[in-house]
Write a protein that binds this ligand. Structure first.
Ligand SMILES: [Ca+2]
Length: 70
């Protein structure tokens, strides 16, 4: 799990792509689906832009996973 102490509406949580206030496995699953071109909606794709390159790629997915395992 990622750091806690955040509530929805607080500052953006890094990796919180579905904007439920926490970065967890559901965000990784969502990002994976998006990368696989599934019909998913990203509530806050910028939260998933882990490497700040302005794009959402497999590199970001790797970083989200690493963040979850940290
Ligand atoms: Ca989330």
């Amino acid at each position: 799990m990622c750091s806690t102490g955040h509530e929805p509406g607080d500052d953006p949580v890094i990796g919180d792509i579905n904007k439920d206030g926490a970065c967890d496995m559901s965000d990784a699953v969502l990002l994976m689906g998006w990368l696989l071109k599934e019909d998913v909606t990203l509530a806050d794709w910028e939260a998933g832009g882990m490497n700040k390159d302005g794009k959402l790629t497999a590199a970001d997915f790797t970083l989200v996973k690493r963040h979850l395992l940290a």
